[in-house]
Design a binder for this molecule. Sequence first.
Ligand SMILES: Nc1nc2c(ncn2[C@@H]2O[C@H](COP(=O)(O)OP(=O)(O)O)[C@@H](O)[C@H]2O)c(=O)[nH]1
Ligand SMILES: [Mg+2]
Ligand SMILES: [Zn+2]
Length: 317
Amino acid sequence: MSGESLPATVVRLDARGCLVRLDEPQEGLPADGYELWCGVRGRIHLRDRRHQKAPVAVGDRVLVVRSQEDRGAVDSIEPRRSTLSRPGARKGRVEHVMAANVDRVVIVSALLDPPFNPALVDRLLAVVEFSNLDALLVINKMDLGDETPPEAAVYEALGYPVICASAVDGTGIPALREELLGSTSVVCGHSGVGKSSLLNAVQAELGLAVGDVNAVTGRGTHTTTAAVWIPLNGGGAVIDTAGVREFGLFGIPKRDLPWLFRDVALFAPNCRYPDCSHTHEPDCAVQEALVDGSLPPFRFDSYLKILESLEEQEREQ
Ligand SMILES: Nc1nc2c(ncn2[C@@H]2O[C@H](COP(=O)(O)OP(=O)(O)O)[C@@H](O)[C@H]2O)c(=O)[nH]1
Ligand SMILES: [Mg+2]
Ligand SMILES: [Zn+2]
């Protein structure tokens, strides 16, 4: 094997290392000739990554050196242009980068089974705003009912695109494919909303596991126990993630929260106090908007819930 550095993308992580996909196919590699299991060179562990769960993240752009047939080592990591993170170990003080170098977060909710969950959508939207990413909302399982949840119009009015879809009858799949092509998206949402099913519908041969996914991953099989980076035919990529029960918030200061809610941020400049928390202060324009109906109550409820969880997080740390 030559000692040449090969550019690649991290597609999956496990306890033994990471699977990378090489930009160019290589001779002597199994499967489609692009993938290598890699360890991470010691000096990367030591280099300013001490506050992160793992030295590399899914989506990282790396240089690898091939050591054996299907093995190699990550030699360097390119600076990330974006990250989507949640709190990891040590009471959330360690950053768990779920996905690196993404342009967009696709927030998937189901119409039913599990029921539409605007609180989780709002939580993810706050993280998306904090991370300076784009958002796309997908309401899946539209085959189970006729009416779009009323919250969808609120999100559209805030400037977030919404696609109503069904992985079962194909509704919205061409529109979703169109949105995904040409950029990198990470797909998030509760377990069972149909994230993997939607991606399988977008690109038939993916064969992502659907339904009760066993927690034991086989190498080389596309189960989504954590996150997996998948190239799209026609350009771009998606990162499928396993559903998280609670999407924790990493590194968001309490005072920033109002500015991460586009509607709250619209009214907040008119509050008497510039640092108004919009919970109890006099002459609060957000409270006034809530009373006169220009701020939907569900959005304010989500804001309050997140504010409380950030306060709790600050107390614990
Ligand atoms: N009725 C209906 N069921 C769906 C749809 N999409 C997925 N499902 C089912 O929902 C369950 C969870 O799907 P899966 O893709 O594994 O969800 P994930 O955990 O978000 O990746 C599976 O039983 C799917 O067959 C849909 O559009 N309509
Ligand atoms: Mg899945
Ligand atoms: Zn206020």
